[in-house]
Design a protein around this ligand. Sequence first.
Ligand code: TRP
Length: 344
Amino acid sequence: MAHFKPRVFSGVQPTGNLHLGNYLGAITKFVALQETHECIYCVVDLHAITVPQNPKELRASIREVTAAFLAAGIDAKKHIVFNQSQVAEHAELAWVLNCVARLGWLNRMTQFKEKAGKDRENVSVGLYDYPVLMAADILVYRATHVPVGEDQKQHLELARDIAQKFNLDYGEEIDALGHGEAFFPLPEPLIQGPATRVMSLRDGTKKMSKSDTSDNSRINLSDDAEAIAQKIRKAKTDPEPLPSEIEGLAQRPEADNLVGIFAALDNRTKADVLRTFGGGNFSTFKSALIDLTVARLAPIGAAMTELKRDQAYIDGVLAEGAARARAIAQETMKSVKDIVGFVR
Ligand code: TRP
């Protein structure tokens, strides 16, 4: 696999508001990777429609995620930011990969089983095929590294299996056309650490989620200082003071979550945070957490509001990103067509 140049690809679904969990779990990682890698960041609108979407809200969400990327410090000039549906090669490669992936592999996908629930017969075919499209997203750029959450690990493994089977099935042609022994790299996941798994402010055992009915359960990137302060003040805690040692956070999911958020926002360990706040009460700690969260998020929220006022600018960024992404994707598709035996 030595001949593949390192390239990062990741996608975020444009469904609803982005929150602190998305920020700490994904976006800050995307920002950091820009220093070391060539990066392609995609708003995956084709994935969004695997479940019903309101078209007006979908359009707004695509721009919202784009604004969040830019506001958080993703450089759309040095790297690539675009929305998936503007680059037709994603869907085109997905079809070819549909014919490589095996039914038995998809039947093992746990996220499909969770999302389909009891309504198996009634979900879209797209929802079932979601992981193959995700493989196409990555492989159409021959990306080598993919920052994702723990919940996407199985999809990444599937992408590797698909890449490997393509390389094997078409090995002779790949070699004959001068691509060496492998056409697709086997993409590596860059999994977020457990410290950045942000939980609900109302229930420390549930993930912070945009689908939670209580807006107090999450801090949205678009929340202003007032809203952030109120939500943290209302956040569930327990009656004990904060522990001085990290072991003391076991069985205390809400305390663990708030300390974890503090640590992630301040780039330090939970143990280090407890060295400062251990033994103290929650109200002192919460005041410091409010200051820190507002200092980190309010400028991003303000920049997002500013950006969203200029829709033409956002759409321009996406169009330019799509043009650059397309140029790479088209090169891959030319080779794929030659490899599988299409005439072009
Ligand atoms: N499935 C991913 C998620 O929900 C989003 C996604 C789509 C993605 N295509 C991708 C992530 C390609 C990484 C690479 O988080």
